[in-house]
Design a protein around this ligand. Structure first.
Ligand code: RIB
Ligand code: CA
Length: 306
């Protein structure tokens, strides 16, 4: 299986990208999107990660704003530059001269039936690829998405999780596309907090990658402590990467219809999970409700400390 990682790095995106590549996922492209921080920073951060990982994975810059609404950001969590305002040196590499949306379409045709997408940012790039060439919905094997909520417990609004709330129209296009979805919602990621003890092993690593991750992730430790009262770090996108790497890591799931609410004020951005099958709609997603936290932690520590 070939993979594209569509991402808005972002500290937890960094954990996901590091773990996906170091665990051997065949990542043929990293496509960047607006989200935690503006596109210029998500693209810069993706390039920095490929240098720290010493891989030649190409990076393609995508869309800098949502389909309709004004952009959101998560500077209060990830810093204004998306990497904890750690003032890392600029990357030497440049993004590819092809738009992310066009690379997604091209890869879907090149690797028909053998391409999956790990989508860990707002879904604007994926939605535009579907809108531009609907035939890819029969060619993309699976979308593993970090986004939405399983029980309407939002992290950005009452019911809204950041990735879906940042572009609800894009999420609605993707969820109605017919491409099989594995969904890793916000509540599930809060059950898989990487414990503070895991960081001892990372601190003992002398690798530039490990030390850089520790530097940029400091703000997320504080956010986890403040919002969830836990010692450790919630790495939402890492959970999605873990599920992409090893689907057996999922310990509880439900296969049903999930709809995205784009209207309203309080409910805009809600991912409505049809547990009781009231909608009568065909299932479009497998919602991961719990994962093996120890297995995920071991995978991450090994990847980032190597
Ligand atoms: O809600 C968490 C998601 O929003 C993660 O992907 C994080 O990186 C932010 O993009
Ligand atoms: Ca993200």
């Amino acid at each position: 299986m070939k993979w594209i990682i569509d991402t808005d790095p972002g500290i937890d995106d960094a954990a996901a990208i590091i773990t996906a590549i170091r665990s051997g996922l065949d990542v043929i492209a990293i496509t960047t999107v607006h989200g935690n921080t503006p596109l210029k920073f998500t693209t810069r951060n993706a390039l920095l990660l490929t240098e720290l990982l010493d891989v030649s994975t190409p990076v393609y810059a995508g869309t800098e704003r949502p389909l309709l609404q004004r952009p959101l950001d998560a500077a209060q969590v990830h810093g204004s530059d998306g990497f904890g305002d750690a003032n890392l040196p600029a990357p030497r590499r440049q993004p590819e001269p092809v738009h992310a949306v066009d690379r997604i379409i091209e890869a879907a045709h090149q690797h028909s039936g053998q391409l999956s997408i790990l989508a860990i940012g707002p879904l604007t790039n994926v939605a535009l690829a579907i809108a531009k060439d609907r035939s890819i919905t029969a060619k993309v094997s699976r979308l593993v998405i970090m986004g939405g909520t399983s029980h309407a417990q939002g992290n950005t609004s009452i019911v809204g999780e950041f990735n879906v709330l940042a572009d609800p129209e894009a999420a609605a296009i993707v969820f109605e596309s017919g491409i099989p979805i594995t969904l890793v919602p916000w509540e599930t990621t809060t059950k898989a907090v990487i414990p503070a003890a895991a960081f001892a092993a990372i601190r003992s690593s002398s690798s530039r990658l490990a030390q850089t991750f520790l530097t940029i992730s400091e703000p997320l430790c504080e956010t986890t402590r403040r919002f969830l009262g836990m010692e450790g770090i919630v790495l939402c996108d890492l959970v999605a990467a873990g599920v992409a790497i090893d689907p057996a890591m999922v310990t509880e799931q439900v296969h049903t219809y999930v709809g995205v609410e784009t209207a309203g004020t309080l409910a805009r951005g809600l991912t409505a999970v049809d547990y009781a099958r009231h909608s009568g709609r065909q299932p479009n997603a497998t919602v991961c409700l719990d994962v093996d936290r120890d297995k995920l932690t071991a995978l991450f520590v090994q990847a980032v400390s190597a």
